[in-house]
Design a binder for this molecule. Structure first.
Ligand code: 6R9
Length: 650
């Protein structure tokens, strides 16, 4: 076992006094939530406005022969009404969304009343276009208020949104449109990030030429930059033309608690990305609870989560959690280091942000500039810091605490996944003493376990694979259109338990330390990617006979992408081909999948049954060639020496 970081940071007393949850409450409520989940969650469901209150609280089978998860199943509600309408009377004039543009001179405050009106107008426009309950709408959008409006408008009429990250390629868009049989895309002419334009509409045009993508009949285009775009008469529609003049009221559809709210695609260790299906009642209850308690959110707080709405963090902690709680949520269009490296701190000062939730990769990138990078801001408004997306190394944690938070603000390291809907393991700022590098303790209703490779549950201090032993309201219910794959992926490795794919240690205080993925999933700058996805993109290229992709430790990104490529006959390694392959991956998947290192490999290490030994490839990529372990099962061990000799990461 590796040495754990030893510093601890006790709960600041002043904070504990005003916090929603202190130590005693955490312990009592946690116990209740595990011993009597029905009672606990029946009470928590009351944080939402139900049209018909649920009487059936929990129905959960994690048995791989019959995975069936339902929460609040006989209740009905509308998510958009819970995020908007119910706040109008008490906080109609309060800011719901602070929008900060890529260009520091652009920002907007949108009140709950305005957000409600804009959402209703779009909801009416969608209905006029024939979109209704159960239809899937794809959103491929910049970080502009219309993205949140579009999510809420879909929810309002019972349509299911499927947000595709604006950095993904046309092929990735097409794959998701086809996978979800989506009839409509909402996009923008261009997005703006770090002073550069990204041609979203062009990408949609390209995506819709792919076979099968003709299922998408209409494209609604927000005019963001006014940049030049092609126009397909009869298919393309300007957002503003459809929305202006629509009534600012639109009745919210009555939805069953288990009706789908959204699909969100995420990468796994095998095959194409999986469309995780999240439903309405349990999801919204769970994100409302976790947003309130983990960030100790109080009325009037200004809260900023720097994620993109294309990821689950944006769904749960920019849009649904904060708005369900009547909060003020900041939405930032740009990148954290533009136009100045200290932009993040400058935004905190400008909008007097109290709670900042960001990713380790952003913190490490700032830290690389030195402490002075924060000199352009005071950040005195901050009260709490959060981290998400990947393990945060203790050095980055300490820097975040000391430099960004002026040694005043607790850091909540929140562990969770797209499949989870909301945060599962994290400190509560008024209750949990902090240990840098540890996500600490489970939230209410969450029962983590650590199993060895044979599935035996380990007690006490232990290291192994992280599983969750019972369902919680926010868990995804299925993979869109493929329940069998859902069962296979999450509930069959350790039958009857939800397998996270993460490795984990539990220390003698019961604190959890996530050690990273134990499967073939990479986490590059907090973005999740399947090695299989990148490999299949590579072998689609003429020159590539075979490819193996592994991660290696990277100072800023957490993990870098290292690719081994075996060429087809007639192709020779060259710098041009290397560039060509990088470009290929960027167009097939998107810039986030750009490889850091490509190594030409005459052959790959394989077992006698033909399986690539990734363990060995990972070691070579990490330059850890002394401890290669057992290579005796390889069909041809000499392949390894050859790869070591030509390793590319020196
Ligand atoms: C929310 C989100 C999930 C994977 C997860 C794990 C890693 C996320 C983490 C963390 C250590 C944290 N991860 N948060 N690892 N500490 N606080 O990121 O979802 O994109 O699905 O990624 O990210 O490996 O399995 P998603």
């Amino acid at each position: 076992m590796t040495e754990l970081h030893k510093n601890t940071y006790p709960v600041p007393e002043a904070l504990a006094k005003n916090a929603w949850i202190d130590k005693a409450k955490y312990e009592a409520l946690y116990r209740q939530s595990i011993e009597d989940p029905e009672g606990y969650w029946a009470e928590q469901a009351k944080r939402l406005d139900w049209i018909k209150a649920p009487t059936k609280i929990k129905h959960s089978s994690l048995d791989p022969r019959n995975v069936d998860i339902r929460w609040f199943e006989d209740g009905t509600l509308n998510a958009s009404a819970n995020c908007l309408d119910r706040h109008l009377e008490t906080r109609g004039d309060q800011t719901a969304i602070i929008w900060e543009g890529d260009d520091p001179s652009e920002s907007q405050n949108i009140t709950y009343r305005e957000l409600h009106a804009r959402t209703c107008q779009l909801a009416n426009a969608l209905k006029a276009l024939g979109i209704g309950k159960g239809d899937v709408v794809t959103l491929y959008m910049p970080m502009i208020p219309e993205a949140a409006v579009a999510m809420l408008a879909c929810a309002r009429i019972g349509a299911v949104h499927s947000v595709v990250f604006g950095g993904f390629s046309p092929d990735a868009v097409a794959q998701r449109v086809i996978g979800a049989q989506s009839k409509l895309i909402i996009t923008a002419d261009e997005s703006v990030r770090g002073g550069k334009q990204v041609p979203l509409k062009d990408n949609v045009d390209a995506a819709l030429t792919r076979q099968g993508a003709e299922v998408c009949e209409k494209v609604l285009v927000v005019k963001r930059t006014g940049g030049e775009i092609d126009w397909h008469e009869g298919r393309d529609l300007w957002y503003h033309e459809q929305v202006d003049g629509q009534p600012t009221e639109c009745a919210a559809e009555e939805m069953g608690a288990e009706d789908p709210l959204f699909i969100l695609y995420t990468s796994g260790s095998t095959g194409a990305p999986k469309g995780m299906k999240h439903t309405t009642g349990g999801y919204l209850t769970y994100v409302s609870l976790t947003h309130q308690y983990v960030f100790d959110y109080h009325d009037g707080d200004i809260y900023w989560c720097t994620a993109d709405v294309g990821w689950v963090t944006g769904h749960s902690y920019i849009v649904y959690g904060p708005l369900a709680n009547g909060g003020t949520t900041l939405m930032f269009e740009g990148v954290p280091n533009y136009p100045t490296p200290g932009r993040m701190g400058e935004i905190v000062d400008k909008h007097q942000v109290n709670i900042l939730y960001t990713a380790p990769t952003a913190i490490r990138a700032l830290r690389a500039h030195g402490d002075d990078v924060m000199a352009s801001s005071t950040r005195e408004s901050l009260r709490l810091l959060g981290s998400v997306g990947e393990p945060i190394n203790p050095e980055a944690w300490e820097w975040y605490y000391r430099v960004i938070g002026n040694s005043r603000c607790p850091v909540v390291d929140t562990w969770w996944q797209t499949e989870n809907g909301g945060i599962l393991i994290a400190p509560l700022p008024g209750a949990t003493d902090l240990k840098p590098g540890s996500a600490t303790l489970p939230l209410f209703g969450v029962r983590p376990g650590i199993v060895d490779n044979d599935g035996n549950l380990l007690e006490g201090a232990a290291e192994g694979n992280l599983v969750i032993l019972d369902s919680w309201p926010g868990i995804a219910r299925s993979i869109w259109g493929d329940h069998e794959r859902f069962t296979q992926t999450y509930f069959s490795t350790y039958p009857g338990m939800y397998f996270t794919g993460d490795g984990c240690r539990r220390d003698e205080d019961g604190y959890y330390w996530i050690t990273g993925r134990v499967d073939d999933v990479l986490n590059v700058s907090g973005h999740r990617m399947g090695t299989a996805e990148i490999e299949s993109a590579l072998v689609a290229h003429d020159a590539v006979a075979e490819a193996a992709v592994v991660g290696f430790p990277h100072d800023i990104k957490g993990q870098g992408i290292y690719i081994y490529v075996t060429l087809t006959e007639g192709h020779e390694p060259s710098e041009e081909l290397q560039k060509e392959l990088v470009k290929w991956i960027r167009t097939e998947i998107g810039p986030i999948a750009s490889p850091d290192v490509i190594q030409w490999a005459a052959d790959l290490p394989k077992t006698r049954s033909g399986k690539i030994m990734r363990r060995i490839l990972r070691k070579i990529a990490a330059n850890e060639t002394d401890g290669l372990g057992d290579t005796s099962t390889l069909a041809d061990p000499s392949v390894v020496d050859e790869l070591i000799e030509h390793r590319a990461n020196r």
